[in-house]
Design a protein around this ligand. Structure first.
Ligand SMILES: [Zn+2]
Length: 203
């Protein structure tokens, strides 16, 4: 049974450079979903300021997957006091991410030993503790470490999970399975990493 979005929950887009980053606020908790472009912490700071969200109120952050345009300034945010939530599926990809970075990217390497590891199966209880009725759902397709955040309201943050219209043959099966899982769990509105918010595609 799905609930309407509680009045206390707000979703604000603080994205830049065609990528969406979302601040979810519930009471005094603020969760940042997707963590900026690599080397561009200043741009994220500026967007937060523009939207009147104090950086030091971002208590927790989560990346839908560890690519440079979704988790690029995770460590910079951690250095400002944000706790980084990761699922076990994502841990190997965090270490792998630095291989793709060039010196000119100004990537701040993510520390591996001080993150909050939350298994998908335990995510509902963990997120409830932060004030969010939600869960993490492992949604591979675009990458093995892709994890979506699904709110009980039906809003789902999917990162780069490929839109069904643009799926290529080699990823078709696994990506379609991820979309099916999200639909079965009650997802209705898709907050993708790029582009506007849209209803989930019909099966
Ligand atoms: Zn990606």
């Amino acid at each position: 049974m799905l609930n309407a979005k509680p009045a206390s929950l707000s979703i604000v887009n603080v994205g830049y450079r065609s990528t969406n980053f979302w601040v979810l606020s519930a009471g005094t908790s603020r969760l940042l979903v997707d963590l900026g472009w690599v080397g561009q912490f200043g741009a994220l700071e500026a967007e937060l300021k523009r939207k009147d969200i104090p950086l030091n109120e971002i208590t927790h952050g989560f990346a839908t997957h560890f690519h440079g345009d979704h988790a690029g300034v995770a460590q910079d945010l951690k250095n400002q006091g944000m706790r980084l939530i990761v699922t076990p599926e994502q841990v190997p990809q965090i270490a792998a991410m630095k291989q793709w970075m060039k010196p000119a990217d100004n990537y701040t390497e993510i520390n591996l030993d001080d993150n909050v590891i939350v298994p998908v199966a335990e995510s509902r209880a963990f997120l409830k503790g932060l004030g969010f009725d939600a869960q993490f759902v492992h949604t591979p397709g675009h990458s093995d470490d892709s994890v979506s955040l699904l709110l009980d309201s039906g809003d789902v943050f999917t990162g780069d999970l490929t839109h069904p219209q643009f799926i290529t043959d080699e990823e078709a099966e696994i990506t379609m399975r991820s979309w099916r899982t999200l639909r079965e769990l009650g997802a209705t509105m898709v907050y993708a990493g790029h582009g506007p918010v849209r209803p989930i595609a019909a099966p």
